[in-house]
Design a protein around this ligand. Structure first.
Ligand code: KG4
Ligand code: ZN
Length: 346
């Protein structure tokens, strides 16, 4: 059963994780604070930060792994790293989608390590990995399961027929759910990334204090640009003092609208497919309001619900490792001429 080192570097988190026989042993994440000053991720700065972070992050994962699996004391950290490297069966990395410069750092690092160790290389799709983050916990969904993936770049409803056969049955036609959070937060004057701040203020606010537009989009597809415009037009008519005084209610109402859009489509997805195992995934699944609404939906529709723990919701290498595990079982290896891609094609 394989021991896999996985690297995630698609956006602004440098992360490394080791999983043994589908059990995640660690998940080291170096977050790039530098982007907060700019109100969004600056691709060039992200690539540079990945270059600085990748060696210490991978070393942390290797040292931690050695400490966990070997009882004998090590002379120093190099000995731990060498021991850990000798135990690896494959090296995995995020191939797409993401910022191409960021992806390139993880890809080149993984390729170099695979070549040096003469071990197989596994290229992982970031969105598949978000879905499979639901296979990290001990309690796992049965196949086929339905997954609502909500991140900063994507919003999708996916049927996971197996760990490696996923089918997108609905997706956003414009902004992603995470963008809806971040862009409306920006309109409220909140710093980037605004999603977690809306979540925080919403906890003390009234979700029905203000009403914002909900789109009428066919099938299982989503749209969030109308909500953003509706919030913009509303705020343009208000004073700065009004916005500050009503911050909790505004955040609660925006969050409520985003959750309505997501939950209504997931409800439709359950009815259409008849699938009763439902999962949440992606950075926005860290949102407390959405987690609660998702659980309520499960109860109402008599579904079993699964939500990854917080550390596996936002970008992390553990989800890359677990996905790589299933690809390893199918011997689905990449060659050394594999390149990263910014595109999200499956
Ligand atoms: O999956 P992720 O870490 O990165 C991408 O692959 O995009 O998702 C990042 C997104 C950001 O838009 C961030 O604002 C949002 O997830 N997010 C949240 C929360 N935590 C992260 N949105 C709402 N509430 C949260 N608690
Ligand atoms: Zn992500």
């Amino acid at each position: 059963m394989p021991t896999i080192l996985a690297i995630e570097s698609s956006c602004d988190e440098t992360s490394a994780s080791i999983c043994v026989d589908a059990k995640v042993l660690n998940n080291i994440i170096a977050t790039q604070e530098i982007h907060h000053t700019y109100g969004g991720v600056v691709p060039e700065l992200a690539s540079r930060a990945h270059i600085e972070n990748i060696v210490p992050t991978v070393n942390n994962a290797l040292e931690d792994f050695a400490d966990k699996v070997c009882d004998n004391p090590f002379e120093n950290n190099s000995a731990k790293i060498n021991y850990a490297l000798s135990k690896l069966d494959a090296i995995a990395f995020t191939q797409s989608p993401g910022l191409v410069g960021s992806l390139l750092v993880g890809c080149q690092f993984a390729k170099s390590l695979a070549l040096a160790l003469n071990k197989p290389l596994i290229a992982v799709h970031h969105m598949q990995a978000h879905v499979l983050a639901n296979l990290i916990a001990e309690q796992q969904p049965q196949f086929p399961f339905l997954c609502l993936t909500v991140s900063g770049g994507h919003t999708q409803i996916v049927i996971a027929h197996t760990a490696t056969r996923l089918e997108i049955i609905g997706q956003t036609i414009d902004d992603a759910a995470g963008e809806a959070f971040d862009k409306t937060a920006k309109l409220l004057g909140l710093p980037y990334p605004g999603g977690p701040l809306i979540d925080k203020y919403a906890q003390d606010g009234n979700p029905t204090a203000f009403k914002f537009a909900e789109p009428q989009i066919a099938d299982l597809d989503f749209s969030f640009s109308g909500l953003k415009t509706s919030v913009l037009y509303f705020l343009q008519k208000q004073t700065a003092a009004f916005i500050t005084e009503n911050m909790n209610d505004l955040c609660a109402s925006i969050q409520h609208t985003i959750c309505n859009i997501l939950i209504k489509k997931m409800h439709k997805g359950i009815v259409q497919t008849g699938i009763k195992q439902i999962c949440l995934a992606g950075g926005v699944s860290a949102n407390k309001g959405l987690r609660k609404r998702f659980e309520e939906l499960g109860v109402k529709m008599q579904c079993q619900t699964f939500i990854p723990s917080f550390e596996y919701c936002t970008d992390n290498a553990a989800m890359i490792a677990i996905t790589a595990h299933y690809k390893y079982l199918e011997q689905d290896f990449a060659t050394l001429d594999t390149n990263p891609s910014a595109r999200s094609d499956w």
